[in-house]
Ligand binder design. Structure first.
Ligand code: BGC
Length: 422
């Protein structure tokens, strides 16, 4: 059986973030906003992953994952300024040990959108002291978890966090001030640079990066000058700014990819859409990988997935996005891993639990787990370390989703028989 093979030692797995799955995260700014009704939904018990992590990791193992991304909840570890919690420390060590014992490589995010309430009270990321506070937490993590972690992500989608929390004002602290967004971005960038140096001082061999969201932009009309200019500006701020500011301080780049988006979009009107209405556009993944390639850093896909409660689109989604990655690899782009979002159904911030992204379905009432069929497709791919061409017949069943053009071109370029020809 022919396989479209991925590089050796490729990371295969899934991602989560603490507040979205752990449940009962009572010391952070999101929890407070949830209790005060400032956001539409409450995280509550979420997937109770704080208690059920060993069971969940066993399922990931069963699905052949060899890597797993999760975040440490700063507010659990440091519920009061400078006072670190012993039980939480033991807990995260247990998680890391469990992963190591299963042969699953942990990829640890230090900050995924939430902040300790005390930190928010002191002015959060707008204040210059934020950097100092964050570094104290990073130092503690290095001290207590460093022996188990080789791969660190400082921040998850800093530009998204800054925009939603300080510009659009829909996440805590609900500010609508674009100067604040700029200040926050600069503080986050500074915190990343310092954390990078701190981690390397203690762990010279560690790999440090950031999970960076990219959207595939293209002008709606490429003959229109204004349209082209707008696309460039939006792309610069959303996709490039953080990488340009920080590229010297990355050992690798984590890429979170979901969609094409407006304003200057080529999201086709008839595109398939997830339960949250996001247009599915695998070809955009090849495009953003090409854009990232300019920075000459290894890339790990740290998030890619869709809300699909009934699991009707996820199989195709996974295969098509992996083909888009394969196309990029065939062009010489250095992609080292694919972590699906998410391992579990989780608290989707403003969307609450309406968007079901899990490879594993979670029944919120009973906390029962059910592996979705698409998770087994990914598992087969992992076992083969690539996409078996036989699997492409699954795609043929769904003619509504066209083959990504970039993938077709990649096959032509590497001179293979094009298995995508239908
Ligand atoms: C975030 C995740 C979120 C996902 C899907 C990403 O931007 O990092 O926390 O669950 O999008 O909405």
């Amino acid at each position: 059986m022919e396989t479209l093979e991925f590089p050796k030692n490729f990371f295969w797995g899934a991602s989560t973030s603490a507040h979205q799955v752990e449940g009962q995260n009572k010391n952070n700014d999101w929890w407070r906003a949830e209790q005060l009704g400032l956001v539409p939904h409450q995280s509550g018990q979420a997937a109770n992953h704080y208690e059920l992590f060993a069971k969940d990791f066993a399922l990931a193992k069963q699905l052949d994952h060899n890597a797993h991304r999760f975040s440490i909840e700063w507010s659990r570890l440091e519920p009061e300024p400078g006072a670190f919690d012993q039980a939480a420390t033991i807990h995260y060590r247990k998680m890391l040990i469990a992963l190591r014992e299963m042969g699953i490589e942990p990829i640890v995010t230090l900050h995924h959108f939430t902040n300790p309430q005390w930190f928010a009270n002191l002015g959060g990321w707008q204040k210059p002291e934020a950097v100092k506070f964050f570094l104290r937490y990073v130092a503690y993590c290095l001290e207590h978890f460093g022996d188990y972690v080789n791969w660190w992500l400082t921040f998850n989608e800093p530009e998204n966090f800054a925009t939603m929390a300080y510009g659009q004002g829909v996440w805590p602290p609900f500010k609508k001030n674009w100067w604040a967004v700029l200040r926050v971005c600069l503080n986050l960038a500074k915190a990343h640079r310092r954390a990078y140096k701190k981690i390397h001082a203690k762990q010279p061999k560690a790999k440090v990066g950031m999970a960076h969201a990219m959207i595939a932009y293209a002008p709606a009309n490429s003959d229109n000058f204004l349209n082209l200019a707008l696309t460039r500006i939006v792309k610069f701020f959303r996709n490039d700014l953080f990488i340009k500011l920080l590229w010297k301080h990355f050992d690798f780049i984590g890429l979170n990819y979901y969609f094409y988006a407006r304003p200057s979009t080529i999201s086709p009107a008839n595109a398939l859409r997830s339960d949250l209405g996001w247009a599915i556009a695998p070809q955009g993944l090849t495009q953003v990988l090409r854009e990232l390639h300019r920075f000459r850093k290894p890339i790990i896909i740290t998030e890619n997935g869709l809300a699909d409660r009934q699991d009707t689109l996820r199989k195709n989604f996974i295969i098509n996005h992996l083909l888009a990655i394969y196309a990029a690899i065939a062009e010489g782009i250095n992609v080292r891993g694919y972590l699906h979002w998410s391992l579990l159904d989780s608290f989707e911030w403003q969307e609450g639990f309406s968007g079901r992204f899990g490879l594993i379905e979670v029944d919120l009432a009973s906390q029962a787990r059910t592996i979705r069929p698409s998770a087994w497709i990914l598992s087969e791919i992992i076992k083969a370390n690539g996409v078996p061409t036989a699997m492409l017949s699954i795609l043929n069943q769904n003619k509504k989703q066209p083959w990504p053009e970039a993938v077709k071109r990649a096959f032509q370029k590497i001179n293979r028989v094009n298995p995508l020809k239908s």
